[in-house]
Design a protein around this ligand. Structure first.
Ligand SMILES: CC(C)(COP(=O)(O)OP(=O)(O)OC[C@H]1O[C@@H](n2cnc3c(N)ncnc32)[C@H](O)[C@@H]1OP(=O)(O)O)[C@@H](O)C(=O)NCCC(=O)NCCS
Length: 321
């Protein structure tokens, strides 16, 4: 088995890569989108990912981003591992384990001290990660409003409206301002909203909602809609009124279907959601795991380092990896 980087894949291997990604996880890292992120930011590791190749065929893959993480004692870059997948006809042959071992070697060589990933506590992958030294750090909270409630209009001065492309730079500044003094995923790559919109990872007009008081932004939320439910894992506000306006607007757009908030939007205001009639869960099945690249650690040590229980902790949309 050979381990190749993103740039070393031939066009036919790239087709195999997409097959592995889509069949394992339903996703597809688009080459044009990756190229745009690489041109405009340092989001991806220089090698982008590690791909296991056997007899010219990609049999497993992993993508690697580099994110800033603000620990209680300071900010550093961590390796953010995403989209781990193996072809089912090559399962349990050590493909994923070898790919991750190669990723760890590369990250250690780059001076990275911690690697992290998201998985589900009930999946087989969780065993794989535990064997490789990852420990559970953060299984995030949920707040859900059942279908069928009517919604009052938001107060006029704080009316929420769809974001425009011209808002994106201002929203990036608002995020940076509101994240200051917090811990966790506080620092995003410069231009992250603008690049995400350019790569069509989200549609500002449909998914991003802004609320202003006069000329200044007082909050924004990013929500995904489908016919049966709306979910929001990203919302930052500078006042309770802005939060109420955004939540009211998201509920209005849900047109009577279920609405769910998760991660920091919930932990920043649990009482707000309970007062509004939401049912809440302090932690669900999806979990953030982290491993040190030197030595081993316990769950307690991992939680003490990443500090997800600190009230300042910030994690929105899993910070998209
Ligand atoms: C999870 C996944 C990547 C594992 O790939 P793999 O190449 O089969 O894994 P490996 O052979 O390297 O497994 C190494 C060890 O991990 C653990 N492991 C892997 N798959 C497991 C499973 N389904 N159930 C329990 N343990 C599992 C085992 O301890 C295994 O060692 P063993 O075979 O000696 O018992 C693969 O099953 C997959 O692509 N699943 C679908 C997508 C997915 O869930 N990806 C993870 C997203 S977070």
């Amino acid at each position: 088995m050979r381990f190749l980087t993103f740039d070393e894949l031939t066009p036919s291997m790239d087709a195999d890569r997409l097959l592995v990604h889509l069949s394992a996880l339903g996703g597809a890292a688009d080459r044009r989108a990756v190229a745009l992120w690489r041109r405009r930011s340092n989001l991806y590791a220089d090698y982008v990912g590690v791909f296991a190749v056997e007899r010219g065929q990609v049999v497993g893959q992993t993508l690697v981003k580099r994110l800033s993480y603000t620990f209680p004692e300071g900010t550093e870059t961590i390796g953010a591992i995403a989209s781990v997948g193996t072809r089912p006809d090559r399962a349990r042959a050590g493909v994923a384990r070898q790919i991750l071992t190669e990723v760890h070697r590369r990250e250690r060589e780059a001076g990275v001290r911690f690697v992290a990933l998201w998985t589900n506590l009930s999946w087989g992958a969780h065993h794989l990660y535990e064997k490789l030294g990852y420990r559970d750090v953060y299984a995030f909270p949920w707040a859900v409003r059942p279908p069928g409630r009517t919604v009052a209009p938001s107060p006029v001065r704080h009316r929420a409206r769809p974001a425009r492309p011209s808002d994106l730079a201002e929203l990036e500044r608002f995020h940076a301002l509101r994240a200051r003094g917090r811990i966790g995923f506080c620092q995003r790559p410069v231009g992250s909203f603008r690049i995400s919109a350019a790569t069509k990872e989200f549609d500002p007009a449909r998914e991003l909602i802004v609320v202003r008081d006069g000329r200044s932004v007082t909050g924004y939320a990013l929500a995904q809609y489908n016919a049966s439910r709306t979910t929001c894992g990203e919302m930052l506000v500078s006042s309770d009124r802005a939060r109420a306006s955004l939540v009211t607007e998201i509920e209005r757009r849900a047109k009577g279907t279920a609405v769910a908030f998760h991660m920091t939007p919930v932990s920043d205001a649990p009482k707000f959601f309970r007062r509004r009639g939401y049912v809440t869960l302090t932690s669900g099945w999806y979990v953030f795991m982290a491993a040190p690249l030197q030595g081993e650690w316990t769950v307690g040590a991992a939680i003490a380092k990443f500090a997800p229980d600190d009230p300042r902790f910030l994690c929105m949309l899993g910070d998209r990896f």
